[in-house]
Design a protein around this ligand. Structure first.
Ligand code: SAM
Length: 272
């Protein structure tokens, strides 16, 4: 069967064996299984199953048909489990019921969402993924760098994020329009608080404005002035200049104050 790459599924097949080898060399040392999202034509899958058992999720039925034939033996032996559907349809709290490392050349249209899901998934221990270089930079940037964003804070909140290497478009078929990069996030914990994500969204809403101005669109200005004072934060600080620990302290203090106030109102009925 002739396979045409489908744009709607973000299909850019990695055809560069040197890059495939570098991804394998970068795999975290562990006994965990690998989850691969979007095995495509199976080139990365082939290398992965030489080292680990793999569970792979593929949305495209034509590719699934091809993969079933190509990996007939490994599927029978139980070294590869192929799930033919949209990975997001399966992702409850955890994607699978055992600890795993996520290793994949991700479909770019949904790559950020997939990494965020993996950061929150308690069974996911490491993330080694190829995605758009610009997105890899956002996840791995350090405070004060131009790319430092809510994604960097989220990644640093659960572990260490590193952009390992850049991959040029001609390593893929068809070639994407942008550079790609391999990102490694070694997790220590999980993202648990949805409220923190919403808080970060407001903090970075307009990256060129001050952090205080951005937050003031969501929280009372007097409260923010007080908390900035307590934490010794300059009111002129921009979102990319604050560190991950400052974001956590700001959020915790805001939450405590707002929750405490709501509790007092509920018990006394006093809205002042
Ligand atoms: N791993 C292959 C490689 O390296 O050549 C293919 C990578 S290609 C960038 C992305 C793959 O993800 C495609 O096979 C595509 O069909 C699949 N895909 C896209 N959206 C998906 C989804 N929501 N769930 C599962 N697979 C998806």
């Amino acid at each position: 069967m002739k396979i045409e790459a489908k744009k709607k599924f973000g299909q850019n097949f990695l055809k560069d064996s040197a890059v495939l080898e570098r991804i394998i060399q970068s795999m975290p040392k562990s006994d965990r299984i690998v989850v691969e999202i979007g095995p495509g034509l199976g080139d990365l899958t082939q290398k992965l199953i030489e080292h680990k058992d793999v569970i792979a999720f593929e949305i495209d039925r034509d590719l699934c048909h091809l993969l079933r034939q190509k990996f007939h033996k490994q599927i029978q032996e139980g070294r590869l489990k192929l799930v033919c559907s949209d990975v997001l349809d399966h992702w409850q709290e955890s994607l699978v019921d055992q600890e795993y490392d996520l290793i994949a050349n991700l479909p770019y249209y949904v790559a950020t969402n997939i990494v965020l899901k993996a950061l929150g998934d308690p069974k996911c221990k490491n993330i080694l993924v190829m995605l758009q270089k610009e997105v890899a930079d956002k996840f791995s940037a350090q405070p004060k760098e131009r790319e430092f964003s809510s994604l960097s804070v989220l990644a640093q909140s659960v572990g260490d994020a590193k952009r390992l290497f850049v991959v040029k478009p001609d390593s893929f078929q068809p070639a994407p329009k942008v550079d790609s990069a391999v990102l490694l996030i070694q997790k220590r914990s999980n993202l648990e608080d949805e409220g923190f994500m919403r808080f970060l969204k407001s903090a970075f809403k307009q990256p060129r404005k001050t952090l205080l101005k951005n937050l003031a669109q969501e929280y009372p200005k007097e409260l923010l002035d007080r908390i900035f004072g307590q934490l010794g934060l300059e009111t002129t600080i921009r979102p990319h200049e604050a560190t991950t620990s400052i974001y956590h302290r700001l959020y915790e203090t805001l939450k405590e104050t707002i929750d405490g106030k709501a509790e007092r109102t509920a018990t006394t009925g006093n809205t002042e």
